[in-house]
Design a protein around this ligand. Structure first.
Ligand code: 26W
Length: 837
């Protein structure tokens, strides 16, 4: 396949933006790097070595722009946003850096001359998987958009030694393999030891008189300390010379203590600090939407937040003498509650280190901090036990107590004697520190990530807060970057879009893609679109054959659900419907059915039993169906191993149907839904999260909607659920599918294999029966799927829908989301970096 990703862009002034890569110089650099790093010639080097050599050559193209950007930031004394996040799911860097430097095509040609396929070289790069799912990938899209739009921004996170585990499927079950992503080094990171910070844990707080300032001051003693050493990764804007930084912190022990010391106390401390430094950044917690309360996780949170806050304040003080105006230059955006310690840490720095009074410090802090909520799932709420919190962060705990005390006075003033208000809104309650409440109390902005989600926060989950401080609440519907998820991931479609609408301006102005809409009614255009989709399906089919050993037919419908495995996302509903279909087909082999490949992919948190059982069920159902000759390959079930950002790009490009079937009200937004849409897949989904807005943009006739509404779900929940047994007993098709969990159809002789899933529908002692309304939504889902299957047969009508999905995806660019954050929350100024390279 020919790659054609380097497209010139048209800036508003009409002058073509181009970048002339000196191809000959680049070629020499690659050869030189191979020689310098590996004492090899190109012919002798491995593909990994070629990748390294190319990556370092690309880094050379970045470095001057990176320096120019930051020089400008200093000169113009710009206001900056610090996007604080435990997770940045960056994926691979090389391809997107080349695209954003406008040199992808040139490098591809240089590599071709040297005898290499650029796709193969890109494939050597490990994904930077420093995140779980939606929240981490959103952070990555946001950084890319911030650079492309020219806004001064820093991502602040943790340099985990091991990122998200690699998933292997053995006998249908998930196994976790450590992700040693730094094994070959990271060509795009730069260590910055000169910006090292110190972070203190444990010990105790004592009060001493400060004769100079004539006041008491708080001193932490007997603590364990680690060094936070930053590594910077460039975030390249598209064709604009702007390069922001993702700063991730590594932990190092402090070497001051002498391991050979004869003082036992010194020795013990040295060992303790050594161990703390080793463990703190060891591994990303692989839980998505599930709080586990682990001490090490709280250490991780404080570690990166404290380092980031201290650094931001120091940087501010370098050019400013009045700390009271910190908020004019600094904004901390807290990505969910994980970095909420930003609030008490900034208070600590202002009060203890800078010597401010509480009220002045609080005024500054509350003007600097803003909070984004990404989930309403109760089990995701972070609530730290007070004793653990206090032991680990004694000074921070005192500050939290004072925040809570002062806030409760306000609540009492506003709602005298209404204990329920205190119960719902207190930061400290029943021995726990409630992180979301702290973020809301201290943040000047609280936002949800899709319109429906924000409404649910305001009307239900955070009702009391909304009533008390409505001005803080706002919505920012999520978005995705089209540079990665169309231009890089789907080069054929990207090129076609540009040809059809006669401009590549969509690359930085996605709403322009709406000019594609008229082509939905153009038969020749539809044919071309169909052909592109077909080519992408062939590309994915090859990948599936290579990685899963399963043959799939590119002429079948590719019906895809890829995302983290979670009960609320209802992969179980999907596979149970496949079981049902298979039963229908066995009963009536001549059944009217368009061949469909059901594709799944996603990781389960290592300790999440039900999610792992669902993976096993999908694979077992696949084993039976894929090997049953009597159905003529009309149904195929594939579980793609190790779903991650890099293979996601190919999956979206090849999809016909986008499964977005969460129990309504549970999926805050979803962002995969937007990636599918942009790539011309049709949504089959519930009215949940951003699906609501997707349907609004594309029109209900170009999507397939089913199931309970969020209102209905929440009403059932308020009344203690519903009775799935009624459905089981009255609908024989559903009963059969549920019974097949345990009757040997898919579980062989292992009675226990899917017993828990079976029980979840019928046995109330397993918690609330069918909490996610699978049986309740089953019939409605089955009808919607039947409509999909029928609709696909009219290929012209289907392709019309597909093109309209791409054409109406304009709203869902993260560029739009970022502009909204800038306007309503961050108030940043755009910069223009000129660089003549
Ligand atoms: C403490 C454990 C934990 C870990 C991760 C709790 C919560 C999380 C994340 C907030 C989960 C997450 O990724 N949420 C997803 O965020 C996306 C970006 O806004 C949304 O599109 C998804 O709907 C939401 O599930």
């Amino acid at each position: 396949m020919k790659n054609d990703k380097t497209v010139m862009s048209e800036p508003k002034n009409g002058e073509k933006k181009t970048f002339h890569l000196d191809k000959e110089a680049f070629r020499r650099k690659v050869i030189e790097n191979v020689k310098l790093f590996y004492r090899k010639t190109i012919a002798e080097a491995s593909k990994q070595q070629i990748f390294q050599a190319v990556a370092f050559s690309v880094r050379d193209l970045i470095i001057d722009r990176w320096m120019a950007t930051h020089k400008l930031y200093e000169e113009q004394d710009v206001r900056r946003v610090y996007y604080l996040s435990m997770e940045f799911l960056m994926g691979r860097a090389l391809g997107n850096n080349m695209i954003n430097l406008l040199c992808y095509q040139d490098v591809a040609e240089v590599l071709e001359e040297l005898g290499f396929d650029i796709n193969v070289i890109e494939d050597q790069e490990p994904d930077a998987a420093l995140g779980n799912g939606g929240l981490g990938r959103l952070a990555a899209c946001f950084l890319e958009s911030l650079s492309t739009l020219g806004y001064p921004a820093y991502g602040c996170g943790i340099r985990y030694k091991y990122g998200m585990f690699k998933q292997e499927i053995k006998d249908g079950c998930q196994e976790e393999v450590p992700d040693n992503w730094l094994a070959n080094g990271n060509p795009f990171e730069i260590k910055r030891p000169e910006y090292t910070e110190r972070v203190k844990f444990g010990g105790y707080v004592r009060i001493e008189w400060d004769p100079e300032k004539q006041r008491n001051r708080f001193v932490q003693d007997g603590y364990t300390e680690v060094l936070a050493v930053p590594y910077d990764i460039p975030v390249v804007g598209y064709g604009n010379n702007v390069v922001n930084s993702l700063r991730i912190w590594d932990a190092q022990p402090i070497q001051e203590f002498n391991l050979m010391s004869f003082d036992k106390g010194d020795y013990d401390k040295a060992v303790e600090q050594e161990n703390l430094a080793k463990t703190i950044v060891e591994v990303l917690y692989p839980n998505d939407n599930h709080y586990s309360g682990k001490e090490l996780r709280l250490k991780q949170q404080y570690f990166f937040v404290s380092a980031s806050v201290q650094r931001a304040v120091k940087h501010y003080k370098k050019n400013h003498s009045d700390i009271h105006k910190l908020y004019e230059k600094v904004c901390f955006q807290m990505n969910d509650t994980h970095p909420t310690l930003t609030v008490p840490e900034l208070m600590r720095v202002l009060v203890d280190d800078e010597g401010l009074g509480w009220d002045e410090a609080w005024d500054i802090t509350t003007k600097c901090c803003a909070y984004t909520n990404h989930t309403i799932m109760a089990e995701a709420l972070e609530k730290w036990p007070v004793d653990l919190f206090n032991r680990l962060l004694p000074r921070i705990y005192q500050i939290v107590e004072e925040i809570n005390r002062r806030f409760l006075i306000q609540v009492e003033e506003r709602y005298p004697n209404q204990y329920c208000k205190i119960k719902n809104m207190a930061v400290l309650y029943e021995g726990q520190v409630r992180m979301a409440n702290m973020a809301i109390v201290a943040g000047f902005s609280v936002n949800g990530v899709a319109r429906l989600h924000t409404e649910i926060l305001e009307k239900r989950e955070l009702k009391d807060f909304y009533e008390m401080m409505p001005q803080k609440f706002n919505n920012k519907t999520n978005g995705i970057t089209q540079r990665r998820f169309l231009l890089h991931g789907n080069p054929l479609l990207a090129k076609w879009v540009t040809e059809k609408i006669g401009t590549d301006a969509w690359i930085t102005d996605l709403p322009q893609i709406s000019k594609l809409a008229p082509f939905a009614d153009d038969a020749a255009a539809r044919k071309e679109f169909m052909e592109i989709k077909h080519q992408n399906k062939i590309r994915l089919a090859k990948y599936i054959k290579e990685h899963n050993g399963i043959d799939v037919d590119p002429d079948s419908i590719f019906d895809v659900q890829v995302k983290r495995m979670h009960e609320y996302k209802r992969q179980l509903l999907n596979i149970m419907h496949v079981m049902y279909l298979y039963n229908q087909m066995k009963a009536d082999p001549s059944m009217d059915f368009y061949p469909t490949t059901f594709i799944f992919g996603g990781k389960a948190a290592a300790g999440y039993k039900r999610a792992k059982q669902t993976i096993q069920l999908i694979n077992k159902v696949g084993d039976v169906i894929n090997n049953d000759p009597s159905i003529n390959g009309k149904i195929k079930v594939v579980f793609i191993e190790d779903y991650r950002v890099s293979n996601a790009e190919w999956i979206f490009a090849a999809s016909d149907v986008s499964e977005q079937i969460s129990t309504a009200s549970k999926e805050a937004s979803g962002t995969g839904n937007m990636k599918f849409m942009l790539n011309g897949a049709v949504t089959l989904g519930t009215m949940d999260g951003a699906n609501v807005e997707i349907v609004e943009e594309v029109g209900a006739e170009n999507a397939f909607i089913f199931g309970l509404s969020s209102e209905e779900v929440m009403d059932y929940e308020a009344n203690g659920g519903y009775y799935p047994a009624d459905i089981y007993n009255s609908d024989p098709d559903i009963k059969k599918v549920v019974d097949q969990m345990v009757d040997g159809t898919y579980n062989g002789s292992d009675k226990k294999m899917f017993m828990e899933i079976y029980n979840s529908f019928l046995n109330p002692s397993y918690g609330k029966a069918d909490q996610y309304f699978i049986l309740k939504d089953f019939r409605s889902y089955a009808q919607a799927r039947e409509k999909v299957n029928k609709a696909y047969r009219d290929r012209d009508a289907w392709t019309r829908k597909a093109i309209l999905n791409t054409a109406h995806a304009g709203k869902f660019t993260s560029d739009r989301t970022i502009e909204e954050y800038v306007k309503d929350i961050w108030h940043l100024q755009k910069v223009q970096v000129s660089y003549e390279g």
